[in-house]
Design a protein around this ligand. Structure first.
Ligand SMILES: [Zn+2]
Length: 182
């Protein structure tokens, strides 16, 4: 067993706008009965499921949600927990760079720099062009970089309709959906 999470990461929100956007979004989810307003002590103050949580779930949910929605604010690198990607995919030439020891050393340095400063470029070994690390894609276990993450702990799968609804509530920003286990 273990804890499973699903996270929606806002890829576009600016750091200074994230708290306001998060507050509006949680208010709306509370109004819709998807989560409760009061936060509980477990999981760093997560919002427990509300009476209409099933509106957020895919049809025929595989069980009730047992934990809450944790809102992550500030610069965050989101990943799947135990799984890591095998290849980094260049946004320019789409070459797959294997994440062997050397590959991870370079990616790790860029991720660390982004975490520290909010900006970092990664160069492609194939075409030699550089791109900001958030613009790279990843194969089987994505990484997402953003200033607002909505992490649902131990919920049934979120429905596609609900994910689209969340994206609309996030001012139509680009989002990433990741899930993982700890
Ligand atoms: Zn390239």
């Amino acid at each position: 067993m273990g804890d499973r999470f699903q996270v929606i990461v806002d890829l576009d929100v600016r750091e200074q706008d994230a708290p306001r956007l998060a507050e509006q979004l949680v208010e709306r989810l509370v109004t819709d009965g998807i989560v409760l307003a009061e936060r509980e002590g477990f999981l760093l103050g997560a919002h427990p499921p509300g009476p209409h949580w099933h509106r957020a779930a895919a049809p025929d949910p595989d069980g009730d949600p047992t934990d809450g929605l944790a809102v992550h604010l500030g610069r965050g690198v989101f990943h799947s927990g135990a799984d890591i990607p095998e290849h980094a995919v260049c946004p320019h030439c789409h070459a797959h760079t294997p994440l062997d020891t050397d590959g991870w050393t370079r990616v790790g340095a860029a991720v660390a720099a982004w975490s520290e400063t909010g900006a970092a470029d990664l160069a492609c070994p194939r075409c030699t062009a550089s791109a900001p690390i958030p613009e790279w894609t990843w194969d089987n276990a994505p990484l997402a970089f953003g200033h607002l993450g909505l992490k649902f702990w131990n919920w049934p799968d979120l429905g596609e309709e609900f994910q689209a609804h969340l994206t609309a509530l996030l001012d139509g920003h680009r989002t990433a959906y990741l899930w993982g286990k700890l």
